[in-house]
Design a protein around this ligand. Structure first.
Ligand code: NDP
Ligand code: DXP
Ligand code: MN
Length: 402
C-alpha cells in the first residue's frame, strides 16, 4: 500500500474500524454510517456488553474478523448464531480488550461508563487513533489517559457532540490561546421544573429527553445535568483548557453545540441538528467529510434560538461536578463512579431522582475524609479509586428502598 493509504492500483484501501459498544445508541448510529460507505470502511472487530442477539445481527451484517461479548454467558448463543461464518468469537473482559486493540486504523469507543476505560486505554497505548464517544474515560482517568495518547502518538477525535463542535469551531487554533470555551446544555426534561418536582421525578420522566435519543445512563445524566459537569471535565482534558475558561450555557433547542471565544471578541460556534450521526460522520471521515444522511439545518424554520444561565440550585449535580473539576486530584474519578452506581440504582427504582446528586456529594465527602481523593498517577490508580468507590456506593445503596 502507498503511504497515502492508496493501494498500488490507485484505489484507496478501506479504513479498518474497530467498534466497541456496538449494540448501543452511538454504536448503532456508527453502524448506520459505516454500512452506507462500504468502499470506505471495513469493520474488523465489534464488542458489546450483554446483548448477544444484537451483536450477532451486527456481525452477520458487517462480517468483522472478531466479535467480543463482555457477559460470558453470551458466548454460547453468539457462537451458535455465527455458525458457518469465519468470525472469531471471544467473551469476557480480556476479549473486549482484544476487540479494542484488534489491528485497525480507528477505534470507535462507545461503551458506556468507566467500563470503557481499560479497552480504550489499551488501544491508545498501541498508538491507535480513537474516536471517543465515551466521556467517562476522561472523567475517571483524564490526565493519565491523555498522557497515554500523547506518548503513543495516538490521535483522539472528540465524538461527544459539544466537544466535536468545539474541535470544529477551533478551526486549528491552539486551545491555549483562546479566551473561553462554552458548551451548551439542553437543560434536559426538567429545565423548567421546580426543585421539589425534580426531586421526585420518575424514571419515565427522566428518560424523556427533549432533543436526543440516547442510552439510559447518559439520558439520566442529562436530566440531572451531571452530563454537563462530566462534559466540562472532558473538555478540560481534551483541549487542555483550565476550569476558569470553561462555561455552560443552557440552549433548549440543541442546535448550537459548542462555542469558542477568541481574544479579539470573535466567537465561532459549531451548529447542527441534534443527530449524533453529524459528529460521528466528522470523526469517521476526518480529515475529509463524509456524506451523511442527516436532516439539514434550516435556521429560518427553527426561527428562534434561546440561551439561559444554568441553575445550580435546581441542578446540584452540575455544581458538584464543577467543584470536582476545580478541586481536581481524584475527585472527578470519585464523582464519576458514585454517579454511575447512583444512576443504576435510580433506574432500578431503588432511589429517588434527587438521591443521585446527594449520593455523589456524600461519596465525595467520604473520599476526601478518608484521603482517597489524591490525583491518580496512572490509569491503573484511577481504576483502583473507581472500583473502591463503586463497591462502597453499591453497599450503601443496596439497602435503599423507595
Ligand atoms: N448516545 C448518545 O447520543 C451519546 C453518548 N455519548 C457517550 O457515549 C457512550 C455510549 O453511550 P450510549 O450509546 O448512549 O449508551 P448505550 O447504553 O446505548 O450503549 C452502551 C454500549 O456499551 C455496551 N457495554 C456496556 N457495558 C459494557 C462492558 N462492560 N463491556 C463492553 N460493552 C459494554 C453496551 O452493550 P449491551 O447493550 O450489549 O449490554 C452497549 O453496546 C457513553 O459514554 C455516553 O456518555 C456521548 C454523546 C452522545
Ligand atoms: C448528544 C450529546 O452529546 C449529549 O451529551 C447531549 O449533550 C445530551 O444532552 P444535554 O445537553 O441535555 O446534556
Ligand atoms: Mn454531549
Amino acid at each position: 500500500m502507498a503511504s497515502n493509504g492508496e493501494t498500488t492500483a490507485g484505489k484507496r484501501a478501506p479504513q479498518r474500524v474497530a467498534l466497541i459498544g456496538a449494540t448501543g445508541s452511538i454504536g448503532k448510529s456508527t453502524v448506520d454510517l459505516l454500512v452506507r460507505n462500504p468502499d470506505r470502511f471495513s469493520v474488523v472487530s465489534l464488542a458489546a456488553g450483554r446483548d448477544h442477539a444484537e451483536l450477532a445481527r451486527l456481525a452477520i451484517l458487517l462480517r468483522p474478523e472478531f466479535v467480543a461479548i463482555r457477559d460470558e454467558s453470551g458466548f454460547e448463543p453468539l457462537k451458535e448464531a455465527l455458525v458457518g461464518t469465519n468470525i472469531q468469537i471471544g467473551a469476557g473482559r480480556e476479549a473486549v480488550i482484544e476487540a479494542a486493540t484488534w489491528d485497525a486504523d480507528l477505534l470507535v469507543s462507545a461503551i458506556v461508563g468507566a467500563a470503557g476505560v481499560e479497552p480504550t486505554h489499551a488501544a491508545l497505548q498501541l498508538g491507535r487513533d480513537v474516536a471517543l464517544a465515551n466521556k467517562e474515560c476522561l472523567v475517571c482517568a483524564g490526565a493519565p489517559f491523555m498522557r497515554a495518547a500523547r506518548e503513543a502518538g495516538a490521535r483522539l477525535l472528540p465524538m461527544d457532540s459539544e466537544h466535536n463542535a468545539i474541535a470544529q469551531a477551533l478551526g486549528g487554533a491552539d486551545p491555549a490561546t483562546i479566551e473561553r470555551m462554552i458548551i451548551t446544555a439542553s437543560g434536559g426534561p426538567f429545565r423548567t421544573w421546580s426543585r421539589e418536582a425534580i426531586e421526585k421525578a420518575t424514571v419515565a420522566e427522566a428518560l424523556n429527553h427533549p432533543n436526543w435519543s440516547m442510552g439510559p445512563k447518559i439520558t439520566v445524566d442529562s436530566a440531572t445535568m451531571m452530563n454537563k459537569g462530566l462534559e466540562l471535565i472532558e473538555a478540560h482534558h481534551l483541549f487542555g483548557v483550565p476550569a476558569e475558561k470553561l462555561d455552560v450555557v443552557v440552549h433548549p433547542q440543541s442546535i448550537v453545540h459548542g462555542l469558542v471565544a477568541f481574544a479579539d471578541g470573535a466567537v465561532t460556534a459549531g451548529m447542527a441538528v441534534p443527530d449524533m450521526r453529524v459528529p460521528i460522520a466528522h470523526c469517521l471521515g476526518f480529515p475529509e467529510r463524509l456524506d451523511a444522511p442527516t436532516p439539514r439545518l434550516d435556521l429560518a424554520q427553527i426561527a428562534t434560538l434561546t440561551f439561559e444561565r444554568p441553575d445550580h440550585e435546581r441542578f446540584p449535580a452540575l455544581a458538584l461536578a464543577l467543584g470536582a473539576l476545580a478541586a481536581g486530584g481524584g475527585l472527578p474519578t470519585v464523582l464519576n463512579a458514585a454517579n454511575e452506581i447512583a444512576v443504576e440504582a435510580f433506574l432500578a427504582g431503588r432511589i429517588a431522582f434527587g438521591d443521585i446528586a446527594r449520593h455523589a456529594a456524600e461519596a465525595i465527602d467520604i473520599a476526601e475524609k478518608n484521603g482517597e481523593a489524591k490525583e491518580p498517577a496512572s490509569v491503573a490508580e484511577a481504576l483502583a479509586i473507581d472500583h473502591n468507590v463503586r463497591d462502597r456506593s453499591r453497599r450503601v445503596l443496596a439497602t435503599s428502598r423507595l
